[in-house]
Design a protein around this ligand. Structure first.
Ligand code: SF4
Length: 291
């Protein structure tokens, strides 16, 4: 669990923000297929049922199907006893803020399940301009993925971004993205959201910026950081992922700056259940249809 911030642990049930991930369940609703940037490590073209990584989903849901899935998982978990669905999040498979269905889904979920904590993951490009909708949707927790602190490094990670109706590549695109991410973070912190920064750690590419990034985002109001080892796909398919010992060392160093989330399983965009003990949602849905 996230460590180093007892105040935060006392105030949230969100398993990825310091809540009890052995008891509090979460569900990711895959309603957001479109994306406005292209990360070099992002591969969303195929799905394998056994594959667990961000951006992967078995299918895209409509907002109504998403609400039905929340109802099913909530009931299923309650029947297991001792564990409960507490958090409903949208984490792709693209960027939730680049998809209007995201807010429609949150509205329906909030109406049907007023007790749920709502959570959103984004690349941050549209964060500042979408803040009014985020506040109106009553979203409690936000994850912003920031993988570079300079345009030069960003240009090695992001292939392109699309912003204001135009495509930008190289350092220009990376500079726009970084500026938008940091402004969005500051605006979200000012609005009182709980903020976690995800950071994909890519040896030889961005590892020299990780600790400076921790300082920067802490100063702008982030409360937790989640440093994740790169999964070797896409542009980085030949990169050697960092060892467990390297990840432990980096997280220990970063912990001196900002509370670290250490349990992250880099979940799929349609994950459901307890972190690390996902429910087979497709099977459950088929079973329900069979009755
Ligand atoms: S991807 Fe990581 S942060 Fe998101 S729900 Fe899974 S464990 Fe939590």
């Amino acid at each position: 669990m996230a460590s180093g911030c007892p105040m935060m642990q006392a105030k949230t049930e969100h398993p990825c923000f310091g809540g009890d991930h052995g008891k509090a369940g979460r569900i990711h609703l895959p309603v957001a297929p479109g994306c406005n940037i292209k990360c070099g490590f992002c591969e969303r073209r195929f799905d394998c049922a056994n594959e667990s990584r961000p951006g992967v989903t078995s299918r895209i849901l409509t907002p109504e199907q998403a609400v039905a899935r929340v109802r099913l998982i909530r009931r299923h978990m309650a029947m297991q006893g001792g564990v409960h669905l507490k958090v409903v999040g949208i984490a792709g498979p693209g960027d939730p803020l680049a998809n209007q269905k995201t807010f429609e889904t949150f509205r329906l979920v909030r109406e049907a399940f007023p007790e749920m904590t709502l959570c959103l993951s984004t690349n941050g490009l549209l964060l500042e301009e979408k803040m009014p909708q985020i506040v109106e949707a009553d979203i409690h927790s936000l994850t912003i993925t920031i993988n570079a602190l300079t345009p030069a490094t960003g240009a090695r990670i992001y292939e392109w971004i699309r912003h204001g109706g135009r495509h930008y590549g190289g350092e220009t695109g990376a500079a726009i993205l970084l500026e938008r991410q940091l402004c969005g973070l500051e605006a979200a912190a000012g609005a009182g959201l709980r903020i976690k920064i995800n950071h994909v750690y890519i040896p030889g590419i961005n590892d020299h910026e990780t600790l400076d990034l921790a300082v920067e985002v802490r100063n702008l109001g982030a409360q937790v950081m989640n440093i994740m080892p790169v999964i070797p796909v896409g542009l980085f398919r030949d990169v050697e992922p960092p060892s467990d010992a390297t990840m432990e060392m980096v997280r220990n160093q970063a912990e001196l700056i900002l509370s670290q989330a250490r349990h992250c399983k880099q979940c799929r965009a349609d994950a459901a259940g307890l972190v690390g003990q996902d429910i087979d949602v497709e099977r459950l849905e088929k079973k329900r249809l069979a009755y």
